[in-house]
Design a protein around this ligand. Structure first.
Ligand SMILES: Nc1ncnc2c1ncn2[C@@H]1O[C@H](COP(=O)(O)OP(=O)(O)OP(=O)(O)O)[C@@H](O)[C@H]1O
Length: 219
């Protein structure tokens, strides 16, 4: 499956945030989005998911325009920057709702095994992020959008999530953004930088320095 987003024009009042965006994501490949604070990464993910309506946009799935927002289909899940699970929801119930196997999760993340009957509010911010990212990645959908899944997450867990992403990409379109750019570079098969409202396909990592996304010699 191939997902493309094209012709995006997003304004907030007179302020132009995005224009000249083209992004292509496909099953079997992770698509990473980089860009500095406020460049429009979260807005772009929301536009793809359908939860933000820009002035113009064109979303195509396998070359056919889709007019229905993705969130109204059963095709996609989106991890925004804020928590998604209600505070009072039990982890066990969430795993059932998302059709994800608790046993497998608690084998991979052994220290979480005790949380089966805990409510989300009883987890730390980072633990919650791990559980929510896992639920979305493992649930049986075709498209997963991840906005800063590594924020507040400990290095060892980040490595586990990166392994999960490379496993799940075989079955899913995965689009991911985070300021931990080394992890995004590691994980992504295709990389875009958003700068001045435009998307730029990055084929040579050195251009991240040329575009002043990172300082010289930091790769
Ligand atoms: N609801 C809104 N009303 C007005 N301006 C907004 C709104 N949402 C976002 N913006 C503006 O749009 C721009 C892009 O925001 P967005 O959250 O997409 O940035 P980002 O690249 O995800 O940033 P960060 O990396 O800091 O999370 C910012 O300048 C922000 O101030």
């Amino acid at each position: 499956m191939i997902l493309e987003i094209d012709n995006v024009e997003l304004y907030f009042k007179e302020k132009r945030i995005l224009n000249g965006i083209y992004l292509k994501a496909e099953t079997g490949k992770v698509t990473g989005i980089l860009g500095s604070n406020g460049c429009g990464k979260s807005c772009l993910l929301n536009i793809i998911f359908g939860t933000l309506k820009p002035k113009y946009k064109l979303v195509r799935l396998d070359s056919k325009p889709i007019l229905k927002p993705l969130y109204k289909t059963k095709l996609a899940h989106f991890l925004p920057q804020l928590p998604i699970a209600p505070n009072g929801l039990k982890l066990d119930t969430a795993f059932k709702l998302f059709k994800v196997d608790w046993q497998e999760f608690s084998t991979i993340f052994e220290s979480f095994a005790i949380y089966k009957n805990f409510k989300f509010r009883e987890l730390s911010g980072g633990e919650r992020r791990v559980v929510e990212t896992y639920l979305l990645l493992k649930s049986p959908v075709k498209i997963v959008l991840l906005d800063e899944p590594f924020s507040h997450v400990a290095p060892l867990y980040i490595e586990v999530i990166k392994q999960l992403i490379s496993e799940e990409k075989k079955r899913k379109i995965i689009i991911i953004t985070d300021h931990l750019y080394r992890d995004i570079i590691d994980t992504s098969d295709n990389l875009y930088l958003i700068k001045n409202g435009h998307s730029k396909l990055i084929t040579d990592l050195k251009t991240l320095e040329d575009y002043k996304y990172i300082s010289e010699n930091s790769l």
